[in-house]
Design a protein around this ligand. Structure first.
Ligand SMILES: NC(=O)c1ccc[n+]([C@@H]2O[C@H](COP(=O)([O-])OP(=O)(O)OC[C@H]3O[C@@H](n4cnc5c(N)ncnc54)[C@H](O)[C@@H]3O)[C@@H](O)[C@H]2O)c1
Length: 264
């Protein structure tokens, strides 16, 4: 018997990458899953995989950066699954990897809207339901880029640092309502997010793309004590623990899953 038998979870951006890994691990622990994503093709594929694990999965096309879309996505998930016990705010965008002086307002706003503001709008939409049910769990996917800024990270890093801060504020506010709120900070995972950065510099075959992969590997070799990249299921296992009964007294925390790159 899994740790999440009888529970239902919303995973934003659950169609691919880290969100897919989280969805599959939570389903493996017994949870039904609502994938709220912009990309229906990947979301439906992941939902079929969850079905193969014997769990229910539904897909709701949702743009988490749009508060009314977030609200109707939450309502559709509650309606379809009967209840929701867990919210994983995973959907995120990287924006262009450029110096702060070259950033566009669009890049800045996209990181703010998707990576930070959506945590608040999605949580706000679900909190009344959690309170009516006597509690709930929220996990926000931040990043080690939220722990310390760096070149090319002004917009992304700020949104991810904000994700840790809003986690703490929500945890303080919602603890008395038996709602645990925590964050997970992934390290380096070679997902489409990184591949998207490649596309922005000219596609897979471009020297810049090769450079990107080389940077990824070199960074891990020289900065990661465990000397290996992380995988979506690593993040999924951390989330599964934080939303389980074993973590009932953990709230307001941000857990790095990064092979030891950041030790704060
Ligand atoms: N890949 C990494 O190395 C890494 C490291 C640290 C943190 N993260 C964070 O982990 C999360 C997932 O990253 P990933 O690498 O799997 O990215 P990804 O680009 O592979 O997947 C992101 C998912 O979010 C969805 N999405 C994007 N914008 C959305 C929106 N407005 N509304 C609904 N869905 C939306 C996409 O359709 C996609 O399914 C993000 O928050 C990211 O910032 C990633």
């Amino acid at each position: 018997m899994g740790r999440l038998e009888g529970k239902a979870a919303i995973v934003t951006g659950g169609g691919r990458g880290i969100g897919r890994g989280i969805s599959l691990v939570l389903a493996g622990e017994g949870a039904d899953i609502a994938i709220l994503d912009l990309d229906l093709e990947n979301a439906n594929r992941t939902a079929a995989e969850i079905g193969g694990l014997g769990r229910r999965a539904i897909v709701v096309r949702t743009d988490v950066s749009d508060p009314s879309s977030a609200e109707s996505g939450v309502a559709a998930a509650i309606e379809a699954l009967g209840r929701v016990d867990i919210l994983v705010n995973n959907a995120g965008v990287a924006g262009a990897n450029v110096a702060a002086s070259k950033l566009t307002l669009d890049d800045w706003d996209a990181c703010y809207r998707v990576n930070l503001r959506a945590i608040w709008t999605m949580s706000s939409a679900l909190i009344p339901h959690f309170k009516a049910n006597g509690g709930g769990k929220i996990v926000n996917i931040s990043s080690i880029a939220g722990r310390v800024g760096g070149v090319g990270l002004a917009h992304y890093g700020a949104s991810k640092a904000g994700a840790i801060s809003v986690t703490q504020s929500l945890a303080a506010e919602l603890g008395p309502s038996n709602i645990n709120v925590n964050a997970v900070c992934p390290g380096l995972l070679w997902t489409d997010m990184w591949r998207g950065l490649e596309a922005a510099v000219g596609g897979d075959a471009a020297p810049e793309a090769v450079e990107q992969r080389r940077f990824f590997e070199t960074y891990l070799r020289s900065n990661c004590p465990l000397r290996r990249e992380q995988f979506p299921e690593d993040i999924g296992h951390a989330v599964a623990f934080l939303v389980s009964e074993q973590a009932r007294n953990i709230t307001g925390q941000a857990l790095n899953v990064d092979g030891g790159i950041r030790m704060n």
